[in-house]
Ligand binder design. Structure first.
Ligand code: NBP
Length: 477
């Protein structure tokens, strides 16, 4: 027999992905640089389905039916190139390499171009959902040729997560780097979601006067409403956990320094290059970075601030409701920014990405899965050319309902000195977009003053400059 799919790289992700294919009835060839990992997989999980263990690259390739489909699940970066160079010479026209690692989309574009010239399809595939997702059903974001997706798509659909309506959480995102690009923005949105939740927690604690266990209950309630999502659910779990060693709330014994692996930073770097304001995601990346500056924080500890006056009783309950409104409104803004970046990337690289389909495949399996994504999908399905999620009537109406509370929460936060960079950036974005006039007019005037950068006028066509150093008369350029 031959295998319909192969997986090379059998650390946590690759191993679980291989098991997922096998459990779904596919014969899976498995290979790893260090062969002991392959043997371990066969010994521990060999009875879950049909596996063909391969110890060498040649054996692995020979085990695959044609066109060969081989999934690479190794550490992203140089290891991916090393593995491609090991296997590509053994492949034939029409074979398909699927990179399921967290590659930067620019690397994926380079690899795809190079392999296409050698007659091999390269499918850069974002996979979200961690270890558990890889085993039980991840959200899958493949980018590559339409031809390769014909045979690969049904297999990915089978192993993917299913949304509540049963739809598989996979779609052909578009050509070359589009899948990894969308995965990158997914992670950026994940950073923003996590930051907003963290700010909500801090507000409920410092302003709302609640304990972590009480806040866990608040999140549990929110999770039954429009904020229903994986991240809200796990937030309640983390907040209600008590440290077994000290009996203290777990959240109080964990060092308050959040680390990062880089996909959030990539999202912001790309947004800067594409000129897309993703201020919420940027604040989330900066908040993690600030948390790690321990010396700077230590040196700043004595700086002046207001005294906190925690609420209680009915006022605390009312405040919690307002925080829910602020969190929800800010979340709409984060997704608005993330989808703007995907639309901009799609336009820049000619990917023709269907934004509704992306919202659809994030409904299950991935870290940002949420009931809310169903509505984003519906908004883009109804109007694929929607300029922004904020221009969708339903979201606009919800923000209209939330905005006063959103402002009052930020008022309380600044008044009591609780940092809320995510909430604040989201509101500033919202107010900037809806403003009739922005002070950008003054900025442009300053630019003309010191650098003769010129300006346009509201009342006439053309480009103008004022002779600031001379008689201040205006010239048309
Ligand atoms: P790791 O990222 O820890 O990579 C370990 C694997 O890479 C092992 O199979 C290792 O082989 C192999 N490898 C390395 Br390292 N260098 C190699 C080389 N030069 N040639 C051949 N193989 C090499 O594994 P992971 O955590 O399972 O993640 C796999 C990929 O999936 C990564 O790109 C990751 O970013 C991505 N991802 C991870 C998650 C997650 O939750 N962990 C989620 C989504 C995506 P060895 O056994 O011989 O050392």
């Amino acid at each position: 027999t031959s295998a319909q799919i192969g997986v090379t790289g059998l650390a946590v992700m690759g191993r679980n992905l291989a098991r997922n294919f096998a459990r779904n009835g596919y014969t899976v060839a498995v290979h790893n640089r260090t062969p002991s990992r392959t043997r371990e997989l066969l010994a521990e999980f060999g009875d879950e389905g049909e596996f063909i263990g391969a110890e060498s690259a040649a054996e692995f390739v020979a085990a695959l039916e044609r066109p060969r489909r081989l999934v690479i699940m190794v550490k992203a970066g140089d290891p991916t190139d090393a593995v491609i160079e090991e296997f590509a010479p053994l492949l034939e026209d029409g074979d398909v390499i699927i990179d399921g690692g967290n590659a930067h989309f620019a690397d994926t574009r380079r690899r795809e171009r190079d392999l296409r010239e050698r007659g091999i399809h390269f499918v850069g595939t974002g996979i979200s959902g961690g270890e558990e997702g890889a085993l039980h059903g991840p959200s899958i974001m493949p980018g590559g040729s339409a031809e390769s997706y014909e045979s690969l798509g049904p297999m990915l659909a089978k192993i993917s997560a299913k949304a509540a309506d049963g739809a598989p959480c996979v779609t052909h995102v578009g050509p070359d780097g589009s899948g990894h690009f969308v995965k990158m923005v997914h992670n950026g949105i994940e950073y923003a979601d996590m930051q907003l939740i963290a700010e909500a927690y801090q507000l409920l604690r410092d302003v709302g006067g609640r304990s972590p266990a009480e806040i866990a209950e608040v999140f549990r309630t929110w999770n039954t409403g429009r904020l229903d999502s994986y991240l809200i659910e796990i937030t309640a779990e983390v907040l209600s956990h008590v440290d077994p060693a000290t009996g203290e709330p777990f959240v109080d014994v964990v060092a308050d320094q959040a680390e990062q692996k880089g996909t959030g930073r990539w999202t912001v770097q790309l947004a800067l290059e594409l000129g897309v304001p993703v201020s919420g995601i940027a604040e989330a990346v900066f908040a993690r970075s600030l948390s790690g500056h321990t010396a700077l924080r230590e040196a700043s500890r004595g700086l002046a601030g207001p005294t906190a006056r925690p609420l209680s009783g009915a006022a605390a309950d009312a405040f919690a409701d307002q925080v829910e409104q602020a969190l929800y409104a800010s979340k709409i803004v984060s997704y608005t920014q993330g989808f703007h970046e995907i639309a901009a990337g799609s336009a820049e690289y000619g990917w023709n990405i269907d934004l509704g389909a992306i919202a659809g495949i994030w409904r299950g399996g991935c870290i940002i899965r949420a009931a809310f994504l169903d509505r984003i999908r519906a908004a883009y399905d109804a109007r694929p050319d929607l300029p922004s999620l904020l221009s969708d009537e339903t979201f606009a109406a919800e923000i209209a309902d939330a905005q006063q509370d959103w402002r009052e929460v930020l008022g309380a936060a600044t008044g009591q000195g609780v940092p809320t960079p995510g909430f604040a950036a989201a509101l500033a974005y919202y107010d900037s977009l809806r403003a009739d006039r922005l002070p950008a007019a003054l900025t442009q005037g300053q630019r003309d003053y010191f650098g003769a950068h010129t300006y346009r006028r509201t009342d006439r066509e053309g480009t103008f400059h004022t002779r600031w150093a001379g008689d201040r008369s205006e010239v048309q350029m």
